[in-house]
Design a protein around this ligand. Structure first.
Ligand code: ATP
Length: 452
C-alpha cells in the first residue's frame, strides 16, 4: 500500500484528537509555537521515558542530570554560542518575510508559494546577515541593574559545567555519560512545518566522556545505537538514514557529526545529530572558569581531558516522526479508517475499556471494575459514549493498541473481547487474564505492519 501520509493530515489529526494545538490560539497564535493536549503530553512522555530507559535505566555507564534553563551568561560566552550560534538571515523587502539563507531551496516564496524566495520577479532579497538564535532575558528585579542572560539553546552546556560535580559523585570513570532531558529555546527564523522546528522544544541529550583514543569507536557505536532505538520503537528502517556532515556544515564545536535523518513528508530531514565534540567544551570551560574539567586517575597516574560524543535528539521532532511513520488509512467493510500504528510502548493510551451497552448497569459496572484494575498498571481509557464502531475509530486515531469490550456474554462467562488495532482481529479471553494479556503484549518485540 502506498504511504498516504502528508503533513496536513498529521496536523489535522493532531488537532482533531487534541494532540497539539497552535499556541495562544485565541490571540491569533504565535508562529512556530504549539501547545500539547492530553494525548500529545502522553505521547511525548512516552518518547522521553523510552529514551531514559535506553540511556540510563538499562545501562551502568550513564547517569541523569537536570540543570537550569537559565545559566550564568558566561557559560554561553565561553561555549562559543554568543559568537557562533548564528543562522544566516535574508529579508525580502517585497513580501517582508525573513528566510534562512541556507534553507532557501526548501522554502516557499512569500509572493508565489510555488516558487522559492528569490525566484519571483518581485522578490527583493537582502544580503545574508548573521542572526543569533539565543533568546535574551534579564535576571534581577530592576531593568537598569539587572543582568543579561539567555534561555538555553541546548541542554548540553548544563552537562559540561557540571562535569566535575558528576564525575566526583557518580563514581564513574570514562567512558561514562551524563544524560539530560529538558526544554531548549531558539529564535528560529524559518517558520512552518508544524512541530518540526519550533521556538521552544525539548531535547534529549547525552554527553559521553571517553578517553581521546576511543572517541572514533564510540562515535560509530552511538550512531548505530541511536539508529537502533528508533527501529526498535517501530520506525521503518527504509525511512531512516545516516548522513555525515561535510566540513563546511559542522557546528563551531564539532569535529565530526552524523545526522540520523527521517523521511518526513517535507523530505529527508534531521531527526537527531550525533556529534564528535572532541575536548572543545571541557577545555573551553576549564579556561573560562579556572576549574579543571579533566579526568584524573591517581592510581594509573593518568590525567586528561576526555573527548565527548553527543547524541542529541528532539522530543517533539521524534514525536512527529513517530506519528508520521504510524499514520495509515485503510478501507474496512467499505468504510475508511484512519489509524496510528504506533509501537504499543509509544502509544499514548495502551488499552481502552468499552462497555458494549452502556445503559446496562451490570455491563458498565463490570467494565468500570476492569478499567480501575487496568489503569493501575497502564494508561487506560474508559469510553461509553456513542456507537461501538465510533468508539473503536476514535481509539484507532489515537493509536490505542488494544480495546476490551464488555458485553452480555461477559455477564454469563466472565470473558471479554480483545480487539487488535492493527489486524482488527478479535479474540475472547478471560476477564481475569486481561491485565496479564495487555502487559505481556506490551513487552513483546513489535514491527510496523505498514509496508515500506
Ligand atoms: P537543525 O539543523 O534542524 O536546525 P540542529 O542541527 O541545529 O537542527 P541540534 O543543535 O543538533 O540541531 O539539536 C539536536 C536536536 O534537537 C535536533 O536533531 C532536533 O531533533 C532538535 N531540535 C533542534 N532545533 C529544534 C527546533 N527549533 N525545534 C524542534 N526541535 C529542534
Amino acid at each position: 500500500m502506498a504511504d498516504v501520509v502528508t503533513m496536513d493530515k498529521i496536523v489535522s489529526l493532531a488537532r482533531r484528537r487534541g494532540f497539539v494545538f497552535p499556541s495562544s490560539e485565541i490571540y491569533g497564535g504565535l508562529g512556530s509555537s504549539y501547545d500539547y493536549g492530553h494525548y500529545g503530553v502522553l505521547l511525548k512522555e512516552n518518547v522521553k521515558a523510552r529514551w531514559l530507559e535506553a540511556m540510563v535505566r538499562e545501562r551502568d555507564d550513564i547517569v541523569a542530570l537536570d540543570s537550569s534553563i537559565i545559566l550564568n551568561p558566561r557559560v554561553w560566552e565561553v561555549s562559543g554560542h554568543v559568537e557562533g550560534f548564528h543562522d544566516p538571515l535574508v529579508d525580502c523587502k517585497f513580501c517582508k518575510l525573513r528566510f534562512r539563507a541556507d534553507h532557501l531551496d526548501q522554502t516557499q516564496c512569500g509572493a508565489k508559494p510555488s516558487k522559492r524566495p528569490g525566484e519571483h520577479d518581485k522578490c527583493d532579497l537582502t544580503e545574508p546577515r548573521r542572526f543569533n538564535l539565543m533568546f535574551k532575558t534579564r535576571v534581577g528585579p530592576l531593568e537598569e541593574t539587572g543582568m543579561d542572560a539567555y534561555l538555553r539553546p541546548e541542554t548540553a552546556q548544563g552537562i559540561f559545567v557540571n562535569f566535575k560535580n558528576v564525575a566526583q559523585l557518580a563514581r564513574r570513570k570514562p567512558p561514562f555519560g551524563i544524560a539530560q532531558v529538558g526544554k531548549a529555546f531558539r529564535n528560529e527564523i524559518t517558520p512552518g512545518n508544524f512541530i518540526f522546528r519550533t521556538l521552544e522544544f525539548e531535547q534529549m541529550e547525552m554527553e559521553f566522556f571517553v578517553p581521546p583514543a576511543e572517541a572514533e569507536e564510540w562515535f560509530s557505536y552511538w550512531v548505530q545505537e541511536r539508529l537502533g532505538w528508533y527501529t526498535r520503537l517501530g520506525i521503518r528502517e527504509s525511512h531512516l538514514r545516516v548522513r555525515e556532515h561535510e566540513s563546511g556544515e559542522l557546528s563551531h564545536y564539532s569535529s565530526a557529526t552524523s545526522d540520523i535523518e527521517y523521511l518526513f513528508p517535507i523530505g529527508w530531514s534531521e531527526l537527531e545529530g550525533v556529534a564528535h565534540r572532541g575536548d572543545y567544551d571541557l577545555r573551553a570551560h576549564t579556561e573560562g572558569s579556572g576549574t579543571k574539567l579533566e579526568w584524573v586517575d591517581a592510581e594509573a597516574g593518568e590525567r586528561y581531558i576526555p573527548h565527548v560524543v553527543e547524541p542529541a535528539a528532539g522530543v517533539n521532532r521524534s514525536m512527529l516522526a513517530f506519528m508520521v511513520d504510524a499514520y495509515d488509512e485503510e478501507v474496512v467493510a467499505e468504510r475508511e479508517r484512519t489509524v496510528l500504528r504506533l509501537h504499543p510502548q509509544i502509544a499514548p493510551v495502551k488499552v481502552a475499556v468499552l462497555p458494549l451497552i452502556p445503559r446496562n448497569e451490570d455491563i458498565s459496572s463490570k467494565a468500570r471494575a476492569l478499567y480501575e484494575e487496568l489503569r493501575r498498571a497502564v494508561v487506560t481509557e474508559y469510553d461509553d459514549s456513542g456507537q461501538i464502531g465510533r468508539r473503536y475509530r476514535r481509539q484507532d486515531e489515537i493509536g490505542t493498541p488494544y480495546a476490551l469490550t464488555i458485553d452480555e456474554q461477559t455477564l454469563a462467562d466472565d470473558t471479554v473481547t480483545i480487539r487488535d488495532r492493527d489486524s482488527l482481529e478479535q479474540e475472547r479471553i478471560a476477564i481475569s487474564g486481561a491485565r496479564a494479556f495487555v502487559l505481556d503484549s506490551l513487552a513483546q518485540d513489535w514491527k510496523s505492519p505498514k509496508s515500506d
